[in-house]
Design a protein around this ligand. Structure first.
Ligand code: FNR
Length: 174
């Protein structure tokens, strides 16, 4: 098999996003174990709202192609009202339609950071359900939840909690 392609997606568009921080830390750790990750920035893609009759816009085509070429997706997402943000759901809906399910048989590694005490536990359960519909195999363990995200990171972007860092490394090694 050729080289494995991994893409990373953050479910938050916020400039100071904790999930972007978490994703970028995971990308750094993955790079250290020889697994480079290409980040696909949803803010840059600026996907329109999904509309079934719409002819596929160029940015949607480009986004779908990047994912189709990938073997693994790394997703770091916030929890919005106990679920995933609309922007991530919209991106997944585009990936699932438009002639081809771009996510078919991919592997996903998911994680999340929230300012609340549960660190996106409900959003991740919800994300697993959506990805199951799209025939994505989400690695079951370890699960990465980063609660109280505003105090969870060191200035260099690493996680303060050694146990979570160790779990993240174990997850990426899979
Ligand atoms: C939130 N937040 C939040 N947190 C949580 O733990 N459970 C939740 O259900 C929600 N719901 C929610 C809805 C909306 C619309 C917003 C804007 C926020 C708080 C959330 O964890 C916090 O804003 C994070 O900082 C969002 O992630 P990013 O943008 O920092 O990656």
């Amino acid at each position: 098999m050729g080289e494995m392609k991994i893409v990373g997606v953050c479910g938050s568009l916020r400039a100071g996003s904790y999930n972007k921080k978490l994703l970028e830390y995971a990308i750094k750790l993955a790079g250290e174990i020889g697994a480079p990750v290409k980040e696909l920035d949803l803010k840059e893609y600026a996907l329109p709202y999904f509309e079934a009759e719409l002819e596929l816009p160029e940015n949607v085509k480009k986004f779908k192609k990047e994912v189709e070429e990938a073997h693994v997706l790394l997703i770091a997402s916030p929890e919005y009202n106990y679920s995933i943000p609309g922007v991530l759901k919209n991106a997944l809906d585009w990936l699932s339609r438009g002639g081809i399910n771009s996510l078919n048989s991919k592997i996903a590694v998911i994680m999340g950071a929230s300012t609340g005490p549960f660190g996106t536990v409900r959003a991740q359960a919800n994300l697993r359900q959506v990805l199951a519909c799209l025939t994505v195999m989400v690695l079951p363990q370890p699960q990465i939840f980063v609660p109280f995200a505003e105090t969870a990171f060191n200035p260099d972007g690493s996680l303060k909690d050694d146990k979570t860092t160790a779990m993240l490394k174990r997850l990426l090694l899979k």
